[in-house]
Design a protein. Structure first.
Ligand code: PLP
Length: 388
């Protein structure tokens, strides 16, 4: 049987049409009509004034921080419970990073911890230049509360919506709330261009600046003149063709991923000791990956054992992101817990959580195979006291 992957590219069939357009008009070189159209389509879909597409989500974060003038000696706050790419650009820019814990309802940034971190930073005169808020696995963070706290200190939010394209918070699209938002079109995301990203904002001046920096920061002069350092981060016109076709099926992909989640939920939620990632009231997750936690006082199994057992059946499962404040790369960075008297929420999630295969191109038969294997394993591990 073919390996069942966590999340693999799912083409719509129209990609080739836009790629061919690029070839027929010889718009192979960077930029061109697909790039322009893809940017317009993203901005319209998300409900913001503009978008700039890049060759990765990481590059988009780098640009977002750059246009907010993050540099040496500056500070940036970032969710701890995330993939390393949320934070790497802070280090590229030579700035200091402080990590903020999750809260249990969304698994995303805790407004309480953010408030304490900002209060302390203000007291010592080191308010951050930006706060990177991540929406993990498609679930929106508590944006109202986070924006209220951030605004009260006058610090802009950059939304890392790499995993939450298509998700909604109170009727608005994830990624459209911060000063800037970023998306990723990496191969494992809900839609993909093989590799790519986007930066969105209602501030067109910031986007213009981002595009300038993304194209080597060339001054308006008759010769090649440069006053600041730039990057080569633009998405190519060929790649943007893939993006246009993928965006056309984004809502369908959200529906498919949510259906996959619903089937897992229906089949597994009744097993004692399992808890699926919650969906906050008034939000709609794209359910990029179906994730769950295991209560070890009820089920005698840890996520690594499940991962290994699934792997033997040719099923790819994965533990949740290791919090960045626990990464060797970020040893000794400041970290603010959700509740000062308890174990960090992000550490509990990391110790107990698991992602299940969730690709929109997974067949029902494949999903049943995953469910059956998981059921068999978990039933064997129910602690005796729970059975009687
Ligand atoms: C995928 C991802 C990124 C990075 O995007 P790339 O396009 O791979 O550079 C950043 N943050 C999060 C949370 C991600 O999942």
């Amino acid at each position: 049987m073919k390996r069942i992957l966590l999340s693999s590219p799912h083409m719509s069939g129209n990609e080739q049409k836009y790629i061919n357009e690029a070839f027929e008009t010889n718009w192979i070189a960077p930029l061109g009509p697909n790039v322009t159209r893809f940017e317009e389509d993203i901005a319209n879909y998300v409900g913001v004034k503009g978008a700039a597409v890049t060759d990765s989500g990481t590059a988009a974060i780098h640009l977002a921080l750059s246009v907010l003038d993050v540099g040496k000696e500056d500070h940036v706050f970032c969710s701890s419970f995330t993939f390393v790419a949320s934070a790497s650009p802070v280090i590229y820019l030579g700035a200091e990073i402080t990590f903020i814990d999750s809260e249990p309802e969304t698994w995303n940034m805790s407004p309480d911890a953010l408030y304490r971190a900002l209060s302390h930073a203000k007291k010592v005169g080191k308010l951050p230049k930006a706060i990177i808020v991540v929406h993990l696995y498609g679930q929106s963070a508590k944006m109202d509360e986070l924006l209220e706290v951030a605004n009260s200190f006058g610090v802009p939010i950059v939304e890392d919506a790499a995993e939450s394209l298509g998700s909604e918070y109170k009727g608005r699209k994830s990624g459209s709330f911060g000063k800037l938002g970023i998306y990723s079109f990496n191969g494992n995301k809900i839609i993909t261009t093989s590799g790519g990203g986007a930066l969105v904002s209602d501030d067109e001046g910031l986007l213009e600046r981002a595009v300038f920096l993304a194209t080597q920061a060339r001054d308006a002069a008759p010769h090649y003149q440069h006053s600041v350092i730039g990057y080569n981060y633009r998405m190519s016109n060929v790649v943007a063709g893939i993006g246009r076709a993928q965006l056309e099926v984004l809502d369908e992909r959200v529906f498919q991923r949510r259906s996959i989640y619903n089937r897992y939920y229906k089949e597994l939620a009744s097993i004692e000791g399992i808890q699926f990632m919650p969906e906050l009231k008034d939000t709609k997750s794209n359910r990029w990956l179906t994730t769950l936690t295991i209560d070890s006082s009820i089920l005698q199994v840890n996520p690594y054992e499940i991962m290994d057992s699934m792997n033997k059946k040719n099923i790819e499962a994965r533990v949740l992101w290791k919090p960045l404040h626990l990464q060797p790369l970020f040893a000794n960075k400041d970290f603010y817990k959700h509740d000062e008297r308890s174990i960090p929420v992000s550490e509990n999630l990391f110790a107990s959580g698991l992602c299940l295969p969730s690709g929109s191109n997974m067949t029902e038969e494949q999903q049943n195979f995953v469910i059956d294997n998981l059921k068999q394993l978990l039933h064997k591990r129910l602690l005796v006291k729970q059975i009687i």
